[in-house]
Design a protein around this ligand. Structure first.
Ligand code: NAP
Length: 333
């Protein structure tokens, strides 16, 4: 495993380049979860060098954080880095309405984006309790919201840092303007954003800005939620309430093109005795400005395979070949 610091400061937070993403582990939006399997997948990835875990209260409405808490129970606290979030409420109708959804028991949910000061402080206490820890390594706003000034939100996080409940402040899904504003009130060490072979939008401005200001980038959904492992073909049957069935990249025309692209790069993986997913994760970790690759996993075998992606090497020629095929890909979004 490789480990990277989120910024170039000596006391900066160091994370495993493959960080375990615990979104699917919470079941919500992913057609349910197996708690035992999820705990085991975190433990097996820790054994494979993955010391950092990313979760959020809204993932399974507390369940993902509880699973993470259970998994790390016997690991010395300073050997793991816990990344969680705030600002997505399912138990309060305040802020910006985000979406209608269903919980793991198929009950209706209404999710709001809200990061008022009192809410951030309360959410932090709830997360600490569910995770059974007394501090969070990286505390990130989950989505920007329009009803609270960024100043108010970031001052709340700064207060949590002063109290020792949070070590570092990060954000998710922030654009450059929002990053600049937030950085006035607290030291923002990272932005967690969607990035994959198929979604490179942040190369236009977020990556250059973060490189210039020495902020880390945590790339989320690097396998496009399983698609880039090559296992999703036309007609794939998803469980009820698995959000992937409706995503644009999962629709028939795109699916065919993406699988044809994967067939072109498959020989590079095979030559290294690697899976396509491993090739995709390693490619992601090699992209300029991408510090951390957040890889989700449903079970121990996926988790270990993802962790071992960092054992393969990609030459400049191989990276260029992959990029050449990517440049020929034209998808509908
Ligand atoms: N901040 C945000 O707004 C945001 C948004 C999304 C994600 N994230 C974070 O980023 C993390 C990673 O993103 P993600 O979970 O959305 O997507 P991902 O990592 O691209 O894909 C994860 C899914 O792909 C499948 N998979 C994983 N490893 C595999 C393997 N080796 N072989 C075959 N299939 C495999 C699993 O689903 P199946 O087995 O069910 O196919 C798994 O749940 C999340 O867990 C979360 O921590 C953050």
């Amino acid at each position: 495993m490789l480990y990277r610091k989120l910024s170039n400061k000596s006391d900066s937070l160091e994370l495993s380049v493959i960080t375990y993403g615990a979104f699917a582990a919470g079941g919500w939006m992913w057609g349910g979860t197996e708690r035992k399997e999820a705990v085991e997948s975190i433990l097996k990835s820790y054994d494979a060098g993955v010391t950092s875990i990313d979760t959020a209260p809204v993932y399974g409405q507390g369940l993902s954080e509880e699973i993470v808490g259970e998994a790390i129970r016997d690991i010395p606290r300073d050997k793991v880095q816990i990344l969680t979030k705030y600002g997505m409420r399912w138990d309060l109708k305040k802020g910006d309405f985000a979406m209608h959804s269903k919980d793991n028991d198929n009950n209706d949910l209404e999710i709001y984006k809200y990061a008022g000061k009192e809410s951030v402080i309360k959410e932090c206490e709830d997360s600490l309790r569910r995770l059974k820890v007394d501090y969070i390594d990286l505390y990130q706003i989950h989505w920007p919201e329009s009803t609270t000034p960024i100043q108010e939100t970031m001052e709340a996080v700064d207060q949590l840092i002063q109290q020792g409940k949070v070590r570092f402040a990060g954000v998710c899904n922030y654009n450059v303007e929002q990053l600049k504003e937030a950085s006035k009130y607290v030291d923002i060490v990272s932005d967690q954003v969607a990035y994959s072979m198929l979604r490179k939008d942040i190369e236009a401005d977020t990556i250059p800005y973060c490189l210039e200001t020495k902020k880390g980038i945590l790339a989320y959904s690097p396998m496009e939620r399983g698609l880039l492992t090559g296992k999703i073909k036309a007609g794939h049957q998803f469980e009820q309430n698995d959000h992937r069935a409706k995503l644009p990249f999962y629709q028939e025309g795109n699916l065919q093109k993406i699988n044809a692209f994967l067939d072109k790069i498959r020989p590079i993986a095979e030559e290294k005795n690697a899976s396509l997913g491993q090739l995709v994760l390693r490619w992601t970790a090699e992209q300029p400005g991408i510090t951390i690759v957040l890889a989700g996993a449903r079970n121990a075998s996926q988790a270990v395979q993802n962790a071992e992606a960092m054992n393969i090497d990609l030459s400049a020629d191989e990276l260029a070949t992959i990029d050449g095929h990517l440049n020929e890909l034209s998808l509908t979004r």
